[in-house]
Ligand binder design. Sequence first.
Ligand SMILES: *Cc1c(COP(=O)(O)O)cnc(C)c1O
Length: 226
Amino acid sequence: MNEPDIKTNLEKIRTTLGPSTRLIAVSKTKPVEMLQEAYDAGQRLFGENKALEMRDKHEVLPKDIEWHFIGHLQTNKVKYIAPFVRMIHSIDSLQLLQTVEKEAVKHDRTIDCLLQFHIATEETKFGLDLDEARALLQSDEYKALSHIRLCGVMGMATNTDNKNLVRSEFANLKSIFLTLKKEFFADCSHFCELSMGMSHDYPIAIEEGATLVRVGSSIFGAREKH
Ligand SMILES: *Cc1c(COP(=O)(O)O)cnc(C)c1O
């Protein structure tokens, strides 16, 4: 496989972003040299889906990088990223949120989080539905948390060439976002993030209102399956 031209790829994607969408470069499985190349091309937001991999990359790369955790997060791994992670996109349970709180307290930080929703037709994707999110947000346990800040929602569309299906799933996530905003976060200006869109569908996500797109292979090249 040819080496990807990371700088050119980033520039190409950046021209498609509107003023209200930011690009997260998803660098999972890729070596730090490639992240450094993206950094040198001006990229500051990076996404990873393994806690230890993120910690190791954070240790050696410039400290003004914003690290976004986008994968399924096991509670026993939160401690590795709690000291520095900028945002956790994949909150899918109260228990995980409580663990993030506990680790955030240890580091005297407030950690920004997104609630992950199941919007795809596929069975395999993680995430909450609207009623589960409501139950979480109404619980006394949630209300007791003081070191996490919910900033919005995240979702993954079905992996398909059916653009209408993908578009309707993104529209559904936006409507979930607006519902939660109205019911629970009306006075919170920080509840403003809609994280959706990957390499094959980010242009649709931008049209449907994404504020954060998570793009990997279109920047760094295809990943080895592992
Ligand atoms: C890997 C991953 C991405 C990026 O996928 P690409 O198809 O390589 O752009 C985005 N979001 C999540 C949650 C991922 O795990």
